[in-house]
Design a protein around this ligand. Structure first.
Ligand code: FEO
Length: 169
């Protein structure tokens, strides 16, 4: 049976992962409106990844005999009004998620739940990858500046991103 404090922390993180899915869905709308289909694809993959992150914890809590509590998902607010500023928001958001995963691991450590810590290791590594991939796009957007042709080339690159169902834990 999972510790009650840890169970609460897991439920909060499930909510944050669903919020991430919702936030990226909201960002996708901006790119749809700009007809940047490669960016739309990038956010489609991001949405699916966040869903997988939420469900990974959902399934784990169930496996551990915990009680899953779904709370309201906050209204997503997209900060930014161009690809560059929106990706700055993506990076800020991922850094926030990383800090929440670390906080969740702190709780697992406090209650000495080694199984949960080992499960959460996957999320920690995933956050390193997420931050790196977003930083990569952001660096390219900074180079691009106002060059529309270069932006379309990046859009073409982002169209190649595909979703691979992760094996979590
Ligand atoms: Fe689920 Fe992008 O962190």
């Amino acid at each position: 049976m999972i510790n009650e404090t840890l169970q609460k922390a897991f439920n909060e993180q499930i909510n944050k992962e669903f919020y991430s899915e919702y936030l990226y869905l909201a960002m996708k709308i901006y790119f749809q409106e700009q007809n940047l289909q490669g960016f739309v694809n990038w956010f489609d993959v991001q949405v699916q990844e966040e869903h997988a992150h939420a469900m990974g914890m959902f399934n784990y809590l169930n496996e551990r005999g915990g009680s899953i509590k779904l709370e309201a998902i906050e209204k997503p607010v997209v900060e930014g009004d161009c690809p560059l500023t929106i990706f700055e928001h993506v990076l800020r958001h991922e850094e926030f998620v990383t800090s929440r995963i670390n906080a969740l691991m702190d709780v697992a450590e406090e209650v000495r739940d080694r199984a949960a810590l080992s499960f959460l290791d996957w999320y920690l590594k995933e956050q390193v990858e997420e931050e790196a991939s977003v930083s990569g796009v952001l660096a390219t957007l900074r180079l691009i500046g106002d060059d529309k042709k270069a932006l379309l080339m990046l859009d073409k690159d982002l169209a190649a991103r595909t979703f691979v169902q992760p094996v979590i834990g």
